[in-house]
Design a protein around this ligand. Structure first.
Ligand code: KG4
Ligand code: ZN
Length: 341
C-alpha cells in the first residue's frame, strides 16, 4: 500500500511516499529555519504563508522522486494536529483537494503519533523486536511526553512537561547565547568544544510523578550567562567562545541526564519491553548515547534525519491507521492542541 504523507504542522513543509508503513520511496523536506532564524523563533504568520508557497512543489517533487502518479496511490495521510493552526490548515486543505480530485482515501494523523512511527521506517518492526508494550519518549519543540504504547494506535500518556518542552529550552538557551535557531543542533555543535569545567547546573526534578520540568534549568542557565557577562550582549562585545561552549555543554548534560533518568524510571515502573525515542530532540547525539548506554532494555530510535519533522513518519502512521479501515475524512478539521493518549 503506497501512501502520500504530508506534514506542515510547524516550520517544515514536507511530503513523502511510503509503502506499507516501512519503505521510503521519497522524503522531501523544505525547511523554513533560515527564514525564522532572523527572528530567533518561528513566526506563525510567516510559516503558514511559506507553506502555501511551497506545498505543491514539495508534493510534486515527492511524487517525481518516488516515480508515482497521484491516482496510483492508495491514499493520503496528513498531520491535522497538534501544531500551528495556520500551518496545519495548508497541509490539510492541500490533502483534501488532492484526495477529492483523485478519488483517494484520506486520513488525519496526530503529529506525535507520526514521531512514534518514524521508528518503523528503517528496517525494524518495534512491535516484534522488542515488542509491545513500549515506552515512548517524544521530545520536540512543543512536547516532552512519556507515552505508553500498548499496541498499534493504543497510547496512554504517563508523563509530560509541566512547563517548557525540551526543544523549547534548547531554543531559548541558544538564543540567549547568540547561537541562532534552531537551538538544539547549535548547542550540540558548540558543546563539543566544552572543556567540561563548567560547574554543574541544577537537575530539575518533579517529585512523586513521571513529569518533567525544564523552566528552572533554563532560568539557571540564563542566570549563569548573565553572571559570566555573556548575556545581554552589548554592541561590539567580543564573543567569548570557550565560555559559551562550556555553558552549552553543562546545559546539554543537565537536560539529557534529566530526560534519561525519568525515562528509565518510567520504563521500569511500567515493565515495558523496550524504549522508543522520537521527536526533534531525539536527534541529539548525547541523548541517544546516554539512553542506549544506561538502559538494560532495547532502545529503538530513528536516525537523526527522521527524528525531526518529515512526511515519511506521517505516511508510516497513516498505513497503520488505514489498516483499521479506509477513511474518507472530508469533514476533517485542524486541532492545534490535539493530544495523544
Ligand atoms: O519534532 P521537531 O522537528 O518539531 C516539532 O514538532 O516541534 O522538533 C524541533 C525541536 C527544536 O526545538 C530543535 O531545537 C530540537 O527539536 N532539535 C534538537 C536537535 N535537533 C533538533 N535538540 C537537541 N539536539 C539536537 N540535535
Ligand atoms: Zn515534531
Amino acid at each position: 500500500m503506497k501512501l502520500l504523507g504530508i506534514e506542515t504542522s510547524c516550520d517544515e513543509t514536507a511530503a513523502a511516499v511510503i509503502e506499507d508503513g516501512r519503505v521510503i520511496h521519497s522524503n522531501i523536506i523544505a525547511s523554513q529555519a533560515d527564514m525564522h532564524a532572523k527572528f530567533g523563533g518561528i513566526v506563525p504568520e510567516l510559516a503558514s504563508r511559506e507553506h502555501l508557497i511551497t506545498i505543491i512543489k514539495v508534493i510534486e517533487h515527492s511524487l517525481d522522486i518516488a516515480n508515482v502518479a497521484l491516482r496510483d496511490l492508495n491514499g493520503i495521510a496528513v498531520t491535522n494536529g497538534p501544531g500551528l493552526a495556520g500551518s496545519l490548515l495548508v497541509g490539510v486543505n492541500s490533502a483534501k483537494g488532492l484526495a477529492w480530485a483523485n478519488d483517494l482515501p484520506l486520513i488525519g494523523i496526530n503529529h506525535l503519533e507520526g514521531h512514534v512511527y518514524a521508528a518503523w521506517l528503517e528496517g525494524r518492526d518495534p512491535e516484534i523486536d522488542p515488542g509491545f508494550p513500549l515506552l515512548c519518549l517524544i521530545a520536540s519543540g512543543g512536547h516532552t511526553d512519556l507515552i505508553l504504547m500498548h499496541d498499534h494506535g493504543k497510547f496512554s500518556l504517563v508523563g509530560r512537561t509541566r512547563d517548557d518542552a525540551a526543544g523549547e529550552a534548547f531554543d531559548k538557551v541558544a538564543r540567549v547565547l547568540g547561537l541562532g535557531f534552531p537551538g538544539g543542533p547549535a548547542i550540540q555543535k558548540v558543546a563539543q568544544l566544552s572543556s567540561g569545567e563548567e560547574p554543574r547546573l541544577p537537575r530539575p526534578h518533579v517529585k512523586n510523578s513521571l513529569d518533567f520540568s525544564f523552566s528552572g534549568l533554563k532560568t539557571a542557565t540564563i542566570r549563569r550567562a548573565e553572571e559570566k557577562g555573556l548575556y545581554p550582549r552589548t554592541r561590539g562585545q567580543e564573543i567569548n567562545e570557550s565560555e559559551i561552549a562550556n555553558l552549552s555543554g553543562a546545559f546539554q548534560e543537565a537536560i539529557v541526564e534529566t530526560m534519561v533518568k525519568r525515562t528509565l524510571e518510567a520504563a521500569k515502573h511500567y515493565r515495558v519491553n523496550g524504549i522508543l525515542l522520537g521527536g526533534g530532540v531525539a536527534a541529539n547525539t548525547l541523548l541517544r548515547k546516554e539512553l542506549v548506554s544506561q538502559s538494560d532494555l532495547d532502545v529503538v530510535m530513528p536516525s537523526p534525519g527522521l527524528c525531526t519533522d518529515n512526511g515519511s513518519m506521517i505516511g508510516a502512521a497513516g498505513f497503520f491507521q488505514f489498516n483499521k479501515g479506509f477513511c474518507r475524512q472530508w469533514d476533517m478539521d485542524v486541532i492545534p492542541n490535539l493530544k495523544l493518549g
